[in-house]
Design a protein around this ligand. Sequence first.
Ligand code: AHR
Length: 656
Amino acid sequence: MKAIKFFFALAAATAALCANAQTKVFDIDLKKVGAPIQPTMYGIFFEDINYAADGGLYAELVKNRSFEFPYALQGWKAFGKVEICDDGPFDRCPHYARLKDPGHRDKQTGLDNEGFFGIGVEAGKSYDFSVWARVPDGGEGAIRVELVNTASNGENQFFTQDRVRISGKEWKKYTATLRPGVTDPKAVLRIFLDAPRATVDLEHVSLVPGDALEGIYRKDLAQALADLHPGIFRFPGGCIVEGTDLDTRYNWKNSVGPVENRPINENRWEYTFPHRFFPDYFQSYGLGFYEFFLLSEIIGSEPLPILSCGLACQFQNDDISAHVPVDELGPYIQDAIDLIEFANGGTDTKWGALRASMGHPEPFNLKYLGIGNEQWDSIYPERLAPFVEALRKTHPEIKIVGSSGPNSEGDQFDYLWPEMRRLGADLVDEHFYRPETWFLSQGARYDSYDRKGPKVFAGEYACHGTGRKYNHFHASLLEAAFMTGLERNADIVHMATYAPLFAHVEGWQWRPDLIWFDNLRSMRTASWHVQHLYGEYRGENVLRLTSAGVPVTGAEGQDGLFASAVKDGNLIYVKVANTSETAQPLCFNFTGLKKKDPGVKGVKRVVFTSDRLYEDNTLDEPDAIVPSEQAFTGSGKALEAVVPALSFNVFVFEKE
Ligand code: AHR
């Protein structure tokens, strides 16, 4: 009876504060501060798919720079007398090109490199050319390096050139700087032999924009990551971790040390989708584990490498013989232990010394390690178990991330979660590429998760619209709605990363993606803006937000509204997704305040909406669909606002 009286008293007070009867009341409890929101909560997932690494974030502009592709001249056009030799100075990348005298003063010997869908260069910028070279017979030689505009109708095809003198029998690194006076998204790098009767050998031909971050990362793409303030950085995949077969799994040890000596690997996304076939898609490993760790550090994320658990991609291999037998996992487990040493070990250790030799004597402070990507069936836990056992013994400080398979629910999911709990995984990586209906139905997904045991890592997710499996605003809105459930459950959800991260407009295999680019431009999608808003307004602790006593999860009767609230010092961020086609008046009713407390004041609101529901930003119009900051004033214990139809909103309040 007492409780009922109290409820009516509360309802009356609320009604008094929230005057309009049509208004939905969101009660936000300021008295009880909820679970902390992990710094790792919102992050990024990098996989070399859609030319995300070579041709994308990795700033190298030359394709097949070491002549190591299976067809040594893939990506190159040779003219005159060019031979490929295989006794070069780098044992794991032994091939190089030999340029010989063409035999007549009017003839030419040399090579054109096509880059990745062309070589993008901008007028006024500098480009650092380098090559390992020698004159095999000794003496003097030279090459002429040009950037060529193949589409040009002008007198000169080339728009910048430099001559590089090569001398002596020893392999040496030579450099030049090219400064194009024209912008061309699809230039060609042309190298002429430029010394009569000389033979010159060339190896590891490189061209990198002078403004590349650390000389490694394409500037605009790295900036788009940094601007997300990602708390966690999962790499290097995805399916490429596993390999189409074990030989082509991502082998991190091949991705470290001098770039000249990193053997290439095939990229499974070359052929996974026959309708999006890219026969020259390989991994140079130029963007390797060192570069991933370094980037994590630069953008302030915790690194989360994922390693093969000894299972080749299960989508591509039904036969158990494709995988490593459990009793032969030793080298794979050793790879994991060595990786921890590479990241964290002292400079007096083997792998720590390698890290130091690459320029980073300080440890990278690795804390998390994933074993396996999208695995399923008992063959996964059977293999994860010995990893867990060995890692607990050698590195109890490292948190282990296991997998719940490729599906968001179902038999395998239901089998794997208890298995992860049994094995003592610290986090479980869930993946969901699902349609609109799924996202709309999952607002309360984590409300009922078992609080004991592993935490959740929503490691790959994106709304794949039915019939609209491409980037558009509506998909991003549903992602925003779903993410209120991640936030509300921050006690159990510790990490979340949208996927995939990057796509080249001419080289994609998978859509939607977070950031699109061509050779010179990039575009942040509507989904990027949603991720950005969550990162920007992450907050420190969850606050309880309810309407009529229950969380706002898009449930029946809640008119397509999803909401969550967090506290950040004196600030309060309330996120509201209105997935309905009607604008809705809301009243934010702050409870748990003392009578004398003045309440809160409105600071601002950010509104993300668009009438171009099934469109997204484009390279030509990169800011067509962006959030807008608006004034939001008023103060007291209850503040009203209208959320537009089909909009995501962040309200910022300050406790007075
Ligand atoms: O993100 C693309 C792919 O989707 C990943 O490689 C894989 O983990 C998932 O199936």
